[in-house]
Design a protein around this ligand. Structure first.
Ligand code: PMV
Length: 325
């Protein structure tokens, strides 16, 4: 099949309600646990993969700035994977734009690699269905496997390349809000990749968390399907705190949570005491995402505003191709 010369894709970040934390196969990005996420309607990445001007090496820019070092190496390795599958060798110009702060635990790699997977596979002439696209995106960044889909997505841990992919949960109309409290958008000091590796290899709390994650996943799937915000929130919060406990017990410890994170967690507890159903989750960074009913989002945002900038998000769409730029 003839390939397009260029393709542009947009994908949105997702936030896991039951987390992915730890690989059992780093090369294939196979996780120890299944995970479940909500794709957001904010924080997107738009990526163009352009093959029209042949060059000696791939050129990668993010928000018009050349990407170098390890981030570039990851993109080039991903393009190599796509080229190998497509039986093609031509280098690419990759232009990305983020509406999400990069590398701050705000899921930029989930939108980034989902958009890259769709744009690159299209430009190089691979015709992938959503499952195959999710498997491909997974190789760039595990969480990206879920951003291929909108709404709620469940990433099956699987046991090999074919069985480890996300699928969308049936839509039930359940549409909570997520208030993002950005207490610090600086770049993280330990990458999630390194933090996961250290946790899996050294944390005595890792195995117990993996064991409890299976039950969290099943309970979460049921809670999402019946639209039970309280249950979804409680499971999400305990799963995230447990994940951070595994990191705190790693040697040396990985601590993403800052004093401002804890202040937001206190504010969330205070809201609950006042009768507002609000629940917190945190990823590989100090920022907090608070799940609540859309009608409560403004009140939640006001309560945490002293600690950082807030963005109110809802349920977002699947990755899609858009007209070339
Ligand atoms: O796929 P990565 O490297 O972006 O790892 C994501 C890890 C967490 O955000 C902490 C959890 C998750 O499931 O998204």
């Amino acid at each position: 099949m003839a390939a397009d010369l260029a393709a542009t894709a947009v994908a949105h970040a997702n936030i896991a309600l039951v987390k992915y934390w730890g690989k059992r196969d780093a090369e294939l990005v196979l996780p120890w646990t299944g995970s479940l996420s909500m794709t957001l309607d904010v924080f997107s990445t738009t990526t163009t993969v352009d093959l029209s001007s042949p060059a000696d090496e791939d050129l990668v820019t993010l928000d018009d700035v050349a990407v170098t070092g390890e981030p570039r190496r990851r993109v080039v390795a991903f393009l190599d994977l796509v080229r190998e599958r497509a039986g093609r060798t031509g280098k690419a110009v990759v232009r990305s734009r983020n509406t999400v702060p990069t590398g701050a635990g705000l899921a930029s790699s989930s939108s980034g690699f989902a958009a890259l997977a769709l744009a690159a596979s299209t430009a190089y002439g691979l015709d992938l269905d959503a499952t195959a696209l999710s498997r491909l995106a997974r190789r760039g960044s595990g969480s990206a496997s879920r951003s291929v889909f909108g709404g709620f997505a469940l990433w099956h841990a699987g046991h090999d390349d074919a069985s480890s992919h996300a699928e969308p949960l049936p839509s039930t109309g359940f549409a909570p809000a997520m208030v993002i409290a950005m207490v610090d958008t600086g770049h993280k000091t330990v990458s999630s990749r390194e933090a996961m590796r250290r946790t899996v290899e050294t944390s005595p709390l890792y195995r117990p968390w993996v064991d409890s994650a299976a039950a969290d996943l099943e309970e979460m799937r049921a809670a999402v399907s019946r639209g039970d915000l309280e249950a979804v929130g409680e499971i999400a919060e305990r799963n995230a705190l447990g994940m951070h406990a595994t990191m705190l017990a790693a040697r040396p410890a990985v601590r993403y949570l800052s004093p401002a994170t804890v202040a937001v967690l206190d504010a969330v507890l205070e809201l609950r005491r006042a009768g507002v159903a609000a629940y917190a989750t945190m990823d590989a960074g100090p920022n907090v995402k608070i799940l609540c009913a859309p009608a409560d989002a403004e009140r939640v945002a006001e309560a945490v505003a002293p600690h950082g900038t807030t963005v109110v998000a809802g349920i977002g769409p699947a990755a899609r191709l858009v007209a070339d730029r």
